[in-house]
Design a protein around this ligand. Sequence first.
Ligand SMILES: C[S@@+](CC[C@H](N)C(=O)[O-])C[C@H]1O[C@@H](n2cnc3c(N)ncnc32)[C@H](O)[C@@H]1O
Length: 207
Amino acid sequence: MMRKKTSMDLQRALKPSKRCATRKENPYSIQSKLDLPYLPTPDEAIEAMFPVLAVRYGLVSHSGQKFIDLGAGDGRVVEGCARVVSINATGVEIDPALVTLANKRLSRAFGWWAMHVTRNVKIIRKDLFQANLSPYDFVFIFAQPHVHKYLHHVFLRGKDGAIVVSSKHALDALGDLLSFRETITVQLETGEWWGLHFYTLSTHEPG
Ligand SMILES: C[S@@+](CC[C@H](N)C(=O)[O-])C[C@H]1O[C@@H](n2cnc3c(N)ncnc32)[C@H](O)[C@@H]1O
């Protein structure tokens, strides 16, 4: 026969368990459990983005500006940044296998580019929902729309005036934090079109 639950049982249920204590130590936030699978931005779109950033959004090659890819996947966007415009580029990625893959990709660099990569380019294992965007002039993200509403606190800590590029999906859920600038569409080898959405971040923080 089933025993009736007593108030003691309830108190026990409400008491933080040892499991909760270890969960507190987990560096990954609730949002990090959201389903954000690895899908690459096509190379043609990556190649097209940097000239647009340079001509219309103040990106200066070989300058002290900083670029970040939130959810860097296999590192192809970060590598593109290092190769095409040679500014400081960081990728944050939660999946350790992808971090290893991305670092392998970067280790293929040679000559002057290898030196730049060693000094200025890194892929780190980190939860993008805990990223500090304040040093970054350019923020790249390719996230499915269901994730966008959880990004508010991340962008809120960004640098006022930073340029945000969203691959494929418009970042409509972030409201006044982002001022829409334009969408460019890039034709892929497959004949499909890929959108890149450009925004200015307005946090009113000097960064
Ligand atoms: C759509 S892919 C984009 C990959 C790359 N930025 C590109 O555009 O080619 C999203 C990436 O975010 C990573 N990711 C998912 N959740 C994450 C989290 N909480 N923190 C950091 N990376 C995450 C996934 O493992 C995946 O590699």
